[in-house]
Design a protein around this ligand. Structure first.
Ligand code: PMP
Length: 361
């Protein structure tokens, strides 16, 4: 068996210990004689596992009791649409802060359901920095303020939670959830596709203040209404049982790593190591993002000569470094450094980059 160092942006690396446990348990989960995928979500074994996963998530993030935790489906993209349906009526307005590809998409997918106010955007500057909080034009009547703390493609990240006053803050944490400590109280609603820091795709985690679940929203089928999912313990219909189980294993693994304080420090150090290598390469490698806005999770970079890209990708793959090709919107390279990417992977990448630059410089 040969595992590589995996820098995929998502679906992304999972902790090896989690995969090994899932492998051991695949045929006979928990003494049941069947895999976790082959049994009812209403069975006592599954319910116990599901409740433990929620308890572990609550413990890791210190989620207050007046917040519901939901295990949903549809990917973050479906919730770009479902959030406005739930939190606002058709005549209401919501503020969107646009800081990269994903927040731009969140705003455009919300537009059929309410009035979108783009309160700030760094698009004209190529998303190379965050829109400064002082220049946001928030609407005081807004139903919520939406932003994307970490932009997976553009590699920009908010390092502080912006102040939205009394208006609930809604955050797409798909590529940053559980990567460091977080004060959940600052948010009205947090949501995240699982496939970067938590588990496989097909699962969405949501943490939502219960008073927001009481908002009437617009008329819609029950399956779209978060309050219904909360009342049914995220089992309004058959949940993604496999995803929930793997997320549960990952949450337990996170606790064993020392929780989010330890992960936060480890992630900070990993990113600092890679940015230092890029900035110290004498221009061979380049990350164009303003240093204060740089992401700890996704590091896009280019080579000084794009004609070397193909060689970089082929040689890195041969060296056991997977998925460094950048998103097609930006070209170049991208290294994603989620929780399950160990410091050794970053060391291997930095060594490879130094060696490549010497050979091709
Ligand atoms: N938001 C962010 C920040 C993302 O990184 C992604 C996926 N890369 C999405 C939303 C879309 O997620 P999904 O494919 O699960 O709908």
């Amino acid at each position: 068996m040969s595992r590589v160092w995996n820098f995929s942006a998502g679906p992304a690396a999972l902790p090896q210990a989690v995969l090994e446990q899932a492998q051991r348990e695949l045929l006979d989960w928990n003494g049941s004689g069947a895999s976790v995928m082959e049994q009812s979500h209403r069975g006592k074994r599954f319910i116990a596992m599901a409740e433990q996963a929620e308890a572990d998530l609550r413990e890791l993030l210190a989620v207050p009791a007046d917040y519901a935790v939901l295990f949903l489906q549809g990917g973050a993209t479906q919730h770009f649409a479902q959030i406005p349906m739930n939190l606002a009526g058709p005549d209401e307005v919501a503020d969107y802060v646009v800081s990269g590809h994903w927040s731009e998409k969140a705003a455009s997918e919300a537009a059929p359901y309410l009035r979108v106010n783009v309160a700030a955007s760094s698009k004209d500057d190529g998303y190379l920095h965050l829109p400064a909080r002082a220049n946001w034009r928030l609407d005081p009547r807004a139903a919520y303020v939406h932003y994307t703390p970490n932009e997976t493609i553009h590699g920009v990240e908010f390092h502080d939670v912006p102040d939205s006053g009394d208006v609930p803050l809604v955050a797409d944490m798909s590529s940053s959830i559980l990567s460091a400590r977080l004060d959940v109280r600052r948010f009205g609603l947090i949501y995240a596709g699982a496939q970067k820091n938590v588990g496989p795709s097909g699962l969405v985690l949501m943490i939502v203040r219960r008073d927001l679940l009481a908002r009437p929203g617009r008329p819609m089928a029950r399956i779209f209404r978060y309050a219904e999912h909360a009342a049914a313990g995220s089992m309004l219909n058959t949940p993604n049982t496999w995803g929930w189980y793997l997320a549960g294993l990952t949450l337990r693994w996170l606790k064993a790593q020392g929780g989010l304080a330890a992960m936060g420090e480890r992630n900070r150090a990993k990113a600092a190591r890679l940015y230092a290598a890029i900035d110290g390469s004498g221009g061979f490698y380049r990350n164009p993002v303003e240093p204060a806005s740089r992401s700890r999770m996704n590091v896009p970079f280019t080579l000084h000569d794009g004609r070397l890209d193909a060689a970089f990708l082929a040689e890195s793959e041969a060296a056991g470094l997977l998925a460094l090709k950048g998103h097609k919107a930006l070209g170049g390279m991208r290294a994603s450094l989620y929780n399950a990417v160990p410091p050794e992977a970053v060391e291997a990448l930095v060594d490879f980059m130094g060696d490549f630059a010497r050979r091709h410089g």
